[in-house]
Design a protein around this ligand. Structure first.
Ligand code: S3P
Length: 201
């Protein structure tokens, strides 16, 4: 049956739709959360992993473990471009595994290569938060080197603008989070993921 749908889809809508169907069918059973710093990725990933009985992974934590340094130290000692290399390496380590909920760093979508990798690993949910809630959350700690500027709001707006297209391109599902509780966002994600996984061939 599916081959007929695929044939008709290719004929009527072209390769893009076929690619979408293939992606839908073959996505491994993992959930990835992308989105800006302070959008709640780690908290929500933790909650989801507990609820689904999946392993919780945080790419920033893995990078710190691999480098035996904090994110702040990596940025200070080696710079952002080295950090980005470590970030890509960690994604490589996650390929081929299943039953994970993965919280990623806010800038992981900066390269096309990472976007492709993320989409191969699992369903990608974009936690889309507004600047006010981001500011409120990130002001609680000082572990984000990119926001140590004179005007964090301005920095956030500029980075959001720069990254918006990549978050959108990388994600399978966009989840606006403003005004929603952690439970509400987690519930929305787990129900959507259940549908994806249930309909796979
Ligand atoms: C970064 C986000 C951070 C961390 C690093 C760089 C970014 O992760 O990876 O400070 O470029 O947006 P969180 O999104 O978990 O804060």
């Amino acid at each position: 049956m599916l081959h007929v749908v695929r044939f008709v889809a290719r004929f009527v809508y072209g390769a893009k739709l076929v690619e979408m169907i293939e992606h839908f069918r073959h996505t491994p059973m993992n959930i990835l959360l992308i989105g800006f710093m302070g959008s709640g990725k780690t908290t929500i990933a933790n909650r989801l992993a507990n609820n689904l009985g999946f392993e919780f992974i945080d790419t920033d934590e893995l990078i710190e473990k691999n480098a035996s340094k904090s994110i702040n130290e990596i940025f200070t000692d080696e710079g952002e471009s080295e950090f980005r290399k470590l970030e890509s390496q960690v994604l490589g380590e996650l390929e081929g595994r299943e039953r994970m909920v993965i919280a990623t760093g806010g800038g992981i979508v900066s390269s096309d290569d990472n976007i492709e990798r993320l989409r191969k690993i699992g369903i990608v949910f974009w936690l889309d938060a507004g600047v006010d809630s981001i500011l409120e959350r990130v002001s609680r700690n000082s572990d984000r080197p990119l926001l140590k500027t004179n005007d964090p709001r301005k920095t956030i707006l500029a980075l959001l603008d720069q990254r918006h297209k990549n978050y959108s391109e990388c994600s399978d599902e966009r989840m606006p989070t403003d005004g929603l509780s952690i439970e509400e966002v987690s519930f929305g994600i787990s129900e959507t993921a259940r549908l994806w996984f249930a309909k796979r061939g």
